[in-house]
Design a protein around this ligand. Sequence first.
Ligand SMILES: [Zn+2]
Length: 174
Amino acid sequence: MSEAEWLKFAEKQMDRFRRHVDLRGPIPSHNQALGCCHKWLRGVDKDGYGKFTVIVPWTSKGVCVRAHRVAFLVSGKTIPKGCLVLHKCDNESCVRVSHLYAGTQKQNRRDAIRRGNVPRGEAHHAASVTGEVVDFIRRDRAAGDDQRTVASRYGVTRSHVYLIETRRTWKHRP
Ligand SMILES: [Zn+2]
């Protein structure tokens, strides 16, 4: 199911979404001006991002999506191609829209290093990426974007793109 499709349903399910949010989460110590985080109280994925199940009405089945991404998109903001929804607060479970921004993986790492907080689960060298970025790299390559463009979009080397797309690395990710 495409993002545009689940987003239509998510918009109608935000009452349920809001019931899973603590509006008095922690205040980020590196930037108290942000105010408190809106902490996701339900399940999180292995990277610490909140998971929200968007119910598809005619099947009663759910599509599992990242909660901060839902909050960002439902607020009417758009995510440019090659960008992720990033946290100014470094709190992966936060869904407060004013704490979120769209940016590249490269920008994410640079910002995190500037804040003195390299995201959890990532090694410290520049070639490391998250599973989400691996998916984006494979998707963009399958869509025909060239290696050089994809490499610069996600802040990795061309050889790293090659290793990811040929599944010589991250081979266990479907
Ligand atoms: Zn936050």
